[in-house]
Design a protein around this ligand. Structure first.
Ligand code: SF4
Ligand code: F3S
Length: 107
């Protein structure tokens, strides 16, 4: 079961997660990160590192966020790899915890 980035990453993008991933399987869009499901080795290291608590194992995705499984797989094929931490988005703290940010996702 791969890990999946979910809604609360959107418009935050703290990137602490990429620092700990042993296989560099995170991919970066303008305001969201995704995990490549075929590259993730299910080590679980990234999950506790996310300040926004946006990362879940695929079998523990919160109800209503199932669409992020497909979205991670789709966007990981398109977006560039990210292997080093960078500054969070400027309004990250403001958006952290705001529900249902999927409409704000930039591709
Ligand atoms: Fe990377 Fe491990 Fe997180 Fe998968 S579970 S994205 S391999 S840190
Ligand atoms: Fe997003 Fe959390 Fe990583 S906000 S960029 S999944 S540390």
């Amino acid at each position: 079961m791969p890990f999946v980035v979910t809604d609360n990453c959107i418009k935050c993008k703290y990137t602490d997660c990429v620092e700990v991933c042993p296989v560099d399987c995170f991919y970066e869009g303008p305001n969201f990160l995704v995990i490549h499901p075929d590259e993730c080795i299910d080590c679980a290291l990234c999950e506790p590192e996310c300040p926004a608590e946006a990362i879940y194992s695929e079998d523990e995705i919160p109800a209503g966020q199932e669409q992020f499984i497909e979205l991670n797989a789709e966007l990981a094929e398109i977006w560039p790899n990210i292997a080093e931490r960078k500054e969070p988005l400027p309004d990250a703290e403001e958006w952290d915890g705001v529900e249902n940010k999927i409409g704000q996702l930039e591709r």
